[in-house]
Ligand binder design. Sequence first.
Ligand code: IVH
Length: 676
Amino acid sequence: MGTVSSDLLGELAGLRKTLEYHNQRYHQLDDPEITDQEYDRLFDRLLEIEAEHPELVTPDSPSRRVGSPPLNSFVQVRHEIPMLSLDKVFDQQDLNKFDLRIRKRLGDTGELEYSCEPKVDGVAVSLLYEDRVLVRAATRGDGSSGEDISHNVRTIQTVPLRLHGSGIPDKLEVRGEIFMTRSGFEKMNAQATARAERLFVNPRNAAAGTLRQLDSRISASRPLTMFCYSVGLSEGRELPSRLSEVFLKLEAWGLPVNPDRRTVQGIAGCHRYAQDILARRDTLDYEIDGVVIKVNSSRLQQELGMNARTPRWAIAYKFPAEEVSTVLKDVEFQVGRTGTITPVARLEPVFVGGVTVSNATLHNMDEIKRLDVHSGDTVILRRAGDVIPKIVKVIKERRPADAGEIVAPQQCPVCGSDIEHLPEEVLIRCTGGLFCPAQRSQSLLHFASRAALDIEGLGSKLVQQLVEEGLVSSVADIFHLDADTLAGLERMGRKSAENLLAAIAHSKDLSLARFLYALGIREVGVATAQALARHFGRLQAIMDADPEALMAVPDVGPVVAGHIALFFAEPHNRKVISELLAAGIRLKEADPESAQETPLAGQTYVITGTLESMSRDEARERLQSLGAKVAGTVSAKTSCVIAGPGAGSKLAKAEALAIKIIDEAAFLALLETAAS
Ligand code: IVH
């Protein structure tokens, strides 16, 4: 330890100030002024000085953000003003009642002004600033006392260790929610997967687990952040008389506040706000379980006061849960078109993320092992946005004594053929090929689907019947069905039989690309089929091509080329193709040269919201196959945005940039015209 010169003290103070400034530019404003290297150099200098002079380390030194050696235990702290909880409502009527109740209590002052904020799903904390410096951070605990987690909170880059600006109370206790962003959570779990470490179930658990660490070096490595939503204690300075203005102050002092908050008039404004946030729920980078509605005027807040544990001036308006628990009754093994066998969980039906769910894919046997799921288990099911439902966790404590282990089948559950374990994949596959009715039905369905032969009326129920009755075993058999046979089937009248036959006859004229897609070659989707058709022009040329020739097609790599060559080398596939041609299929073929043009070449599309007639992946493939680029974000370069219901910030941005926006109907019309 050396002596301390005033120069050194000056340097130290300057370094801390500069580092905090750049920290805020980087983390809060997303607008860095210096490079990472320059920042690191300043930071290293700070660490160097503090290592030499440990007595100069202060609680607000940016060096605290890297974490410190573990504590032995947590210290309990009392909240001078208790941390309250919120009353909840789940529907519009009850929200209206809340408004009526308080207006009545206030002697009906007319429409009230409300501050609306997303209800962030994280961990409630209190931050105490004395003379601007963060001196303590604590969990909510039971509301009266919580645990000191200052060591962990200091590592959160968006939490200022020192406030700046004017009008700051000498003692200021700010409350808010610490959470993990969705993107940060996904990145962290991806890293954990790569290192074969345990995964976190959801961002909330990850945030709570991180704040419970005694070793803050762990917290420093995790992507936590915070939004402040209220002030507890404040001494020495008056705060503004409206919450919306308090938020502006907090923001000016460097505290993180939620940019998605709004001040609205009357309960109608609250409904509109809730609708808007619900529609944007998927696009927010943080998880929410509703919105919080607060009377904006602090005078009226005081007048309204509180119940036992909840304020009368605020309410949580909850959205449908995205995570629920349910019982997994059984696991069924389903056989897909290419023979892959997928375990599917049959669940006690539950309402989650706005829909009732009774099945969830378990993907493969590795996933079953990872989750350690048994039949009879109570599981946590998650469905966020329009994402497919997923089992994220098993509640082992609730496993019944008769829970059954889930074992992979040795034979195909549909046709009894042997099962192949693919060494390089975690998948298992039925070896029965077209002998397997499941694969046969699936390939027939695929053959008749909209992007393939587009045979209206040939749906899954009918296909299953046709296969079970032995009327159709290869796709070519479809073209030999007659009205009498069809009319004799269950739920089939003469009229529908005739309609179906007309649709089948109509499907015989089709483009080479659709035909290639219809064949169901592994990994040949719409886009690849179109690229192949464009490149080769004629079916025979593709059938004769070796893998090398196939790889000359854009986007066809060695794996796909291998699948294509193998498909056409298989005698029974060649036989089916000649049967189809003999049955009267007429392919629109072209010379490879003249087929080069792509109608949407040079255009960039962005898809947002949900589409009803196809998945977003399919929409992307179809656009790409017409030569368009599909981007994830809207920019000045975007040619057009396709917006379905639930479109959020991308739509807003497109509007702001005056970019062409079309709905699903216009998009389908576009596909139709461009493809013809
Ligand atoms: S206000 C008296 N605002 O919800 C004010 N709470 O059930 C009490 N929460 O423990 C809290 N986002 O953890 C408020 N914008 C927000 C919030 C919010 C999330 C949590 C908070 C609280 C719980 C109340």
